[in-house]
Write a protein that binds this ligand. Structure first.
Ligand code: MTE
Ligand code: MO
Length: 553
């Protein structure tokens, strides 16, 4: 295109090219290639910085790394996700975002290097990434509309401009105002504008980092109203308080996990790259669907005005491996979901109700399906507002989440809930079910050795083996321990809090020198013993006995 608009004699005005310059032109030196690749990285940084700033004007979830990360999480095969959770635990999200940044930077290096020869193509390449980010943001389930594309597009434009300008300094002499496209003919020395490059690169870096830092802090401040709403909440006294935890439910044994898991130690499993910050004063819960004679929309104050119940309930994640850490026990305060459903005219299937699945929807687009029958069978299924005496922490679902004793979190414990829809299992598959997990998933009876730790080296003699066991809503009846291939021996059970909580146990062992394998198994109150059959976490939870190998000195 440029050719056509140039005067016919444009070429003749190009200064004579020396041999030296020819070589520079054909094969840019390593220094210039490196600087071009570096320009790509600066373009990447500019894109991310500007996108972060723009996301503060739209919403933090629309920033490209968050949107692409979310899309990646949703598309990750269950087995890979399981692997990630196993290896990185709750850090899996950080690892994912670092991975995305690393991939971006590799592309940035390549685009930068390519831009030395093909400046427009390089800049266009940056735009491609912007389009990918924009598409991801628009397709997020919680997308609020076309503005979600803005951060990615604004970022990419900035990145493309930075790349174009910087590489321009590498390919043209220190003279401004020339419009020729690459490859260009340098006029002197190695033929590029060192000073111009350094100035432009420094300015671009400073502006990008500035935009990023400003965007970060604005995004941080966005949650302000939510933080204020949480701070202003005083949880009322429950109309139905939990009984005090019996003395002796928590054993005073070093190394055993505490009976009540503190909010800060409570495991966290969800797909949210940005923890939703919901303002309780504007929060609403919509309850509707099949067989809901009287649909309702409730505010947080509507819930606070109701009779609240307080219950100890142990939560378990279906992704918890045998011996794993994704189990926690807390004291929850909330509204009995069954009462609310009954007021809305909902009947469980056993009494002729047309809906057998309750689908909870969160502000971040998660959908979680629970059996209506279970929620209404008399157990303490809660719309929880409080956790261990405080309003729910943001990471655990503020302002309101579900908690259902006896069901894995992925089929019951929707955090940041905003909608409950009554439907059927036949007509709707929620998020995890679409990804290969089970429709129905009661918690499997489990037990774990907390102490000694794997590969510990205790001294011969008295060693206390201890841990926890759970069979929520059925209760733990018996725990047994086996040393090597010896007989199963009964462990001492700590006092039971409720059938919905885990139960601690201990086993005083006379340890003899050498390597030993300790194994634990539990039996629930229905008489069913924990199976030794090892299964994967997918589709409905891991099973098998937990063993710990120790060397006794
Ligand atoms: N909105 C939302 N709610 C969610 C999830 C999620 O990804 N998003 N994960 C569920 C899963 S798999 C579990 S085990 C529990 C974990 O709750 P916690 O993070 O408070 O321990 O939350 C459930 N609720
Ligand atoms: Mo889970």
């Amino acid at each position: 295109m440029g050719e056509l608009t140039n005067p016919p004699d444009a070429r003749s005005r190009i200064p004579a090219v020396t041999d030296d310059e020819k070589r520079t032109r054909q094969r840019p030196g390593w220094a210039r290639r490196g600087l071009a690749a570096g320009s790509g990285v600066l373009a990447g940084v500019a894109s991310l910085g500007v996108a972060e700033l723009a996301s503060a004007a739209v919403r933090p979830e629309a920033s490209p790394v968050v949107a692409v990360g979310g899309a990646a999480i949703d598309r990750t095969p269950a087995a890979v996700k399981d692997w990630a959770i196993r290896h990185f635990g709750t850090e899996d999200k950080t690892v994912l975002q670092l991975g995305i940044l690393a991939v971006l930077m590799l592309f940035a290096l390549a685009l930068g290097a390519a831009a030395l020869r093909f400046r427009r193509t390089g800049a266009a390449g940056v735009m491609v990434f912007g389009v990918v980010g924009a598409a991801a943001a628009l397709n997020r389930p919680d997308s609020t509309g076309p503005t979600d594309a803005l951060p990615s597009l604004a970022g990419a434009l900035a990145g493309a401009a930075v790349l174009f300008l910087l590489v321009g300094r590498l390919t043209r002499p220190g003279r401004a105002g020339e419009a020729a496209d690459v490859p260009e003919v340098p006029s002197s020395g190695e033929g590029w504008d060192r000073r111009g490059f350094v100035v432009a690169a420094t300015a671009a870096a400073a502006a990008s980092v500035g935009a990023g830092v400003l965007g970060r802090s604005l995004n941080g401040a966005r949650g302000h109203a939510a933080v204020a709403s949480r701070a202003s909440i005083t949880l009322p006294r429950p109309a139905s308080p939990a009984a005090a935890v019996p003395r002796g439910a928590g054993l005073a044994i070093a190394g055993i996990s505490p009976f009540v898991t503190s909010n800060s130690d409570f495991y966290r499993v969800d797909t949210a790259l940005v923890v939703p910050k919901v303002d309780a004063s504007t929060w609403r819960l919509r309850l509707h669907g099949k067989g809901v004679a009287r649909p309702r929309t409730l505010s947080f104050d509507d819930l606070l005005r109701r009779d609240l119940v307080e219950r100890d309930i142990t939560l378990t994640c279906v992704s918890n491996e045998v011996g794993g850490p994704y189990v926690g026990n807390a004291r929850w305060i909330g509204v009995r979901l069954a009462d609310l459903l009954a007021e809305c005219g909902v009947e469980p299937p056993s009494r002729g109700g047309p809906a057998d699945q309750l689908v909870a929807r969160s502000v971040d687009g998660m959908t979680i399906g629970s059996p209506v029958e279970d929620v209404m069978d008399g157990r303490d299924a809660l719309l929880a507002l409080g956790m261990n005496g405080t309003p729910l922490p943001f990471a655990h679902g503020f302002p309101v989440r579900m908690v259902v004793p006896g069901l894995y979190g992925f089929v019951s414990a929707c955090k940041w809930i905003k909608e409950i829809e009554l439907t059927t299992f036949d007509s709707y598959d929620p998020y995890w079910v679409k990804r290969g997990w089970a429709r129905r998933a009661p918690i499997k009876t489990g037990s774990r050795i907390d102490t000694p730790k794997p590969f510990a080296r205790p001294k011969a003699g008295a060693v206390m083996v201890a841990g926890t066991a759970w069979a929520q809503h059925r209760g733990i009846d018996r725990v047994e321990v086996r040393v090597d291939d010896g007989p199963w021996q009964p462990a001492r059970l700590a006092a039971e809090d409720t059938a919905d909580t885990w139960r601690q146990w201990s086993f005083p062992w006379q340890a003899t020198r050498g390597g030993h394998t300790l194994t634990v198994r539990a039996t629930d109150r229905t008489g069913a013993r924990q199976t030794d059959k090892r299964t994967r976490t997918i589709p409905d939870g891991a099973s098998g006995w937990h063993s710990v190998v120790v060397t006794v000195d």
